[in-house]
Design a binder for this molecule. Structure first.
Ligand code: G6P
Length: 483
């Protein structure tokens, strides 16, 4: 890939978090997770120009200040949205329609025509910000479900004026047929996605489902074993499993500060095994299933009472959405019940934290846990699994991983579980805690090999290489009025 090539990275969120302080001034902090960290390594080597929503309501008079700061600090353009627009688009359509349907959970979806109109409008607003920046030869890389209509809008607006390539990466699963069939805008979404030169998903299953979904709702989709053609254009649909930057985790674990945090915590949990859960508090993550399995472990294998703890970090997420508030209540009641049942005066089985933890503390938790338990009931990839492995170089702990994650297809050394099967999950936890050292090390090494090889830099580079090598092509205008 030509490192001089300019890449316009477009995502719902900026690579930095902006907050308003008590005195009304703004605080800017580079984001420590998500896409920003995935592309961090590449950003140092290539010319990136970011676009994203700042995530807060900014008064018109402050917009120039913020645009200037964000351009200076991370070469990004903030896409400002009014509070009402953001609420209908983000809290409404993105989080209560698309998110549950893409994760095959139609029972959690709500439908509202205003949200849908605002979703379209926001995708148009993103295009308004991007179009003036586009130069011939640019690669435009659009991310995730918040911007599904953007490729189509950009293709329409730029087709005659610019020689560009458009790539799209979906970080969630692509839904199964039954959920896809009730996805609002599915025809427009598929038309937009197929306006790209390259479409990426984490695993082959998702890519196959996307192709079948497009075939089901669009005419003029022609698939041969390796290519898809739509309206006379060739569209590549490929899988590219994302990864992490394992060195940044390893280096942090080895700092003196993190090592002393680890020793301190190890002393307070002396004689007890530690199981770790780290998730955004989201219903896809299967936290109730994990808690139920841990409860069952203490019921069915009472020798572990007093000898094992579950540390659960629940990172607050999408708190304006009712389903998330209900989940928080349910999880916290469940934690209370289990602790009430199994606690002793000197033993609390579940250590529950509802907060985001600083990166160093997170690395310390990963490094000291004997088992990391990931019980998602749907999950595009799940990088907690990779992060845990990266931090476990010394201990070589066990990864207990749900079969419903993209990561389960990548990590052969993990113990794979079905989070719905509580008794078997309890047995799997027991197995993870008692795995003979030689087997544990062998399994860990298998995972570490993948985590070290399939890094975020490799992911970004292979996507951009593939995008850059797609042919530049014109598109035949549509005749059926779908734009
Ligand atoms: C998932 C999505 C991302 C999203 C992230 C955090 O990983 O795929 O697009 O940014 O969750 O969610 P939030 O709603 O806070 O952006």
């Amino acid at each position: 890939m030509d490192d001089d090539c300019r890449v316009l990275v477009v995502a719902n969120r900026l690579p930095m978090t902006i907050t308003v302080q008590d005195d009304g001034t703004f605080n800017y902090q580079m984001s420590s997770g998500g896409l920003a960290s995935s592309l961090h390594g590449l950003q140092e080597k290539m010319k990136f120009q970011w676009f994203g929503w700042p995530g807060i309501d900014v008064h018109r008079s402050d917009r120039d200040t913020i645009s200037h700061e964000v351009a200076e600090r991370c070469k990004a353009v903030p896409v400002f949205l009014s509070k009402e627009t953001a609420s209908n688009y983000y809290t409404g359509f993105c989080n209560q329609v698309l998110w549950p349907l893409l994760h095959n959970m139609p029972e959690k979806a709500l439908f509202n025509s205003k949200w849908l109109a605002k979703y379209r409008e926001v995708n148009e607003i993103f295009a308004d910000y991007i179009v003036p920046h586009v130069e011939n030869g640019d690669l435009i890389w659009i991310h995730d479900y918040q911007l599904l209509l953007l490729p189509g809008i950009l293709r329409e607006r730029l087709e005659k004026r610019k020689v560009i390539r458009i790539g799209f990466f979906l970080h969630t699963p692509f839904p199964r047929e039954d959920s896809f069939a009730i996805l609002p805008l599915r025809e427009e979404i598929c038309n937009s996605i197929l306006s790209c030169d390259l479409v990426g998903l984490h695993i082959k299953d998702y890519a196959d489902r996307l192709i079948s979904g497009c075939e089901a709702v669009l005419e003029e989709v022609h698939c041969s074993p390796h290519d898809l053609h739509y309206h006379g254009r060739k569209v590549m649909v490929e899988h590219f499993a994302i990864g992490i930057d394992p060195d940044s985790f390893r280096e942090t674990v080895n700092t003196a500060g993190v090592q002393s945090q680890i020793s301190l915590s190890e002393r307070s949990f002396a004689g007890r095994k530690i199981i770790l859960g780290v998730d955004r508090l989201d219903y896809i993550k299967g936290m109730p299933q994990r808690l139920a399995a841990f409860d069952k472990l203490l019921d069915d294998f009472p020798e572990w009472v007093g000898k094992v703890v579950l540390i659960q970090v629940a990172v607050p997420s999408r708190t304006d959405v009712l389903e998330y508030a209900k989940l928080r209540d349910a999880v916290e009641r469940q934690v209370g019940r289990i602790n009430g049942k199994h606690s002793r005066i000197d033993y609390t089985p579940i250590h529950y934290m509802y907060k985001s933890v600083p990166f160093e503390e997170l690395c310390a938790l990963y490094a000291m846990a004997d088992v990391c338990f990931i019980s998602s009931i749907q999950d595009g990839m799940n990088l907690v699994s990779y992060e845990y492995v990266a931090c476990q170089q010394d201990r070589k702990g066990v990864l207990l991983l749900s079969q419903y994650t993209g990561a389960a297809k990548m990590l052969p050394g993990a113990l794979i579980t079905n989070p719905w099967d509580t008794p078997r999950c309890a047995e799997a936890i027991n197995e993870a805690l008692t795995l003979p050292a030689a087997e544990r090390i062998k399994k860990y090494d298998e995972c570490a090999k993948v985590v070290n090889k399939y890094t975020s830099i490799r992911w970004g580079r292979s996507f951009l290489n593939a995008l850059e090598s797609t042919p530049l092509q014109n598109r035949t205008p549509r005749s059926d009025g779908v734009h």
